[in-house]
Design a protein around this ligand. Structure first.
Ligand code: PLP
Length: 363
C-alpha cells in the first residue's frame, strides 16, 4: 500500500478515531439523556456522577466514599499533588517519567529523586538501598502497567515488595494506572491499591481515556477517606462538579456491557501497531534498542550516543514525523533516547513513518 506524504505522529499518546466506539457512545448518550435527565444535565457534586462512582468502587472493591471522579486522570493527579506535595518534599519518581507528571511535580517544588526503570519496572532494589541509606520520601509515584514513556510493567514481585517497603519505611505510593486494561497478552496484574489492607497507604488513579476515548475527560482517584474528602472539598471550591453529561453517558456505556468489546478492539489494533513499529525499527533502524511493550501506547527507544534526539525531534517535526525526545521525560540526560507512540497511525503509516525517521537518524 502506498502512503502519501502526510504527518504521521509518533508524538502523542492519543487513540486514532477508528479506535473509538462512536456508535456505542451515541446510543449511550440517548439512554443517559432519556433515563436520567436531571442527573445528567444538572450540576452534580464534586464526587462525580454517583452511579459511575459506585461502578468504579465495585471494580476496585473499595467503599465509594474513597472514590472521586474527575475530568480525566491528569486532573486527579494534579489535585493529588496539590494535596500531598509541599515545596522541598522528597518524592521518588521513575526515570524516565511521563513529562506532564514530571512538570507538575517540579511546579510544586518537590525535591525529586529519580530511580531507574528496568525491563520489569522500577528498580526496587535500588530504592531499597536508598531507603536503607536514609532516604525518607513522602511518596513514590509509579506508573505500574505499560509505562509512559518506558513501555515496561512493574512485576508482581516488585509490587509486593514496594508495598512492604512503604509500610516498613512509612511512605505513600501514588499509583497512576491508565494503561492497565491495554494488555496485549493475558490480564493486568493486581494493583498495589488491592495489596494495601490499610486503605491509607496506596492512592490510585485511572482513566477511561485509553480504553473509551479522551474526549469524555473522565478519570478518577481512589485515596484514603480523609484525603478523598480533601480532594472533594478542593473540587467543590474550584469547579463545583466534573462534567455530568460525560459521566452519565459513560455510566450507561459501562453498565451496558460495552467496555469489554471496546477494550478488545483497542488491544487488537494496538498490538498490530506495536508489531508494525518494532518490525520497522528492526528493518530501518537496526541500531535502535528497546524493550518490546506487552501493552499500552508507547515504545522507549535508545539510539547510539551520537544521535541527539533534541535535534532529531525538531527535524522530525519538520519532516512530518513528530517524536518526543528523551530529555522531556528525564531529570537529566535522555538525549539519545526517544518515545514513540504507536496509538495514532495505521500499521502502514507507522512503517512509512519509521522509514522517514530512519533517513533523518542516518543523516
Ligand atoms: C501516566 C499517565 N497519567 C495520566 C494521563 C492523563 O490521562 P487523562 O487523559 O485521563 O487525563 C496520561 C496520558 O497520557 C498518562 O500517560
Amino acid at each position: 500500500m502506498s502512503v502519501d506524504v502526510q504527518t504521521i505522529s509518533f508524538a502523542r499518546g492519543a487513540p486514532s478515531l477508528d479506535l473509538i466506539p462512536v456508535e456505542e457512545l451515541k446510543a449511550s448518550a440517548v439512554n443517559a439523556f432519556t433515563n436520567d435527565p436531571a442527573g445528567t444535565f444538572g450540576y452534580g457534586t464534586a464526587v462525580g456522577y454517583q452511579p459511575l462512582r459506585e461502578w468504579i468502587a465495585e471494580q476496585h472493591d473499595v467503599d465509594a466514599s474513597r472514590v472521586i471522579v474527575t475530568n480525566g486522570s491528569l486532573h486527579a493527579c494534579s489535585m493529588m499533588f496539590d494535596r500531598l506535595v509541599a515545596p522541598s518534599d522528597k518524592i521518588v519518581i521513575e526515570q524516565p517519567l511521563y513529562d506532564r507528571s514530571l512538570l507538575m511535580l517540579r511546579q510544586r517544588g518537590a525535591d525529586l529523586v529519580g530511580v531507574a526503570l528496568e525491563h520489569d519496572g522500577l528498580d526496587v532494589a535500588k530504592l531499597e538501598d536508598a531507603l536503607e541509606a536514609g532516604l525518607a520520601p513522602k511518596f513514590v509515584y509509579v506508573i505500574p502497567h505499560f509505562h509512559n514513556p518506558g513501555g515496561c510493567t512493574l512485576s508482581l514481585e516488585k509490587r509486593n515488595r514496594l508495598v512492604e517497603l512503604a509500610n516498613e519505611y512509612d511512605f505513600l505510593i501514588v499509583e497512576d494506572d491508565p494503561y492497565r486494561d491495554v494488555a496485549f497478552e493475558g490480564e493486568p496484574l493486581p494493583s498495589m491499591l488491592s495489596m494495601d489492607d490499610s486503605g491509607e497507604r496506596v492512592f490510585y488513579m485511572c482513566s477511561f481515556t485509553k480504553t473509551v476515548c479522551p474526549g469524555l475527560r473522565v478519570g478518577y482517584a481512589i485515596a484514603s477517606p480523609s484525603v478523598t474528602r480533601d480532594l472533594v472539598t478542593a473540587g467543590t471550591n474550584t469547579y463545583i462538579s466534573p462534567g455530568m453529561v460525560s459521566e452519565s453517558i459513560l455510566n450507561d456505556f459501562l453498565r451496558g456491557g460495552k467496555l469489554e468489546p471496546a477494550i478488545a478492539n483497542v488491544r487488537r489494533a494496538l498490538r498490530e501497531r506495536r508489531d508494525a513499529l518494532t518490525g520497522a525499527l528492526r528493518e530501518f533502524v537496526p541500531e535502535a534498542r528497546f524493550v518490546v511493550p506487552t501493552g499500552g501506547y508507547f515504545l522507549w527507544v535508545d539510539l547510539p550516543e551520537s544521535v541527539d534526539t533534541d535535534t532529531l525531534a525538531v527535524r522530525a517535526a519538520e519532516a512530518g514525523v513528530p517524536i518526543t525526545p528523551g530529555s522531556d521525560f528525564s531529570l537529566k540526560g535522555g538525549r539519545s533516547s526517544m518515545r514513540l507512540s504507536y496509538s495514532s497511525a495505521s500499521p502502514e503509516h507507522i512503517r512509512a513513518g519509521v522509514e522517514r525517521l530512519a533517513s533523518l537518524i542516518n543523516a
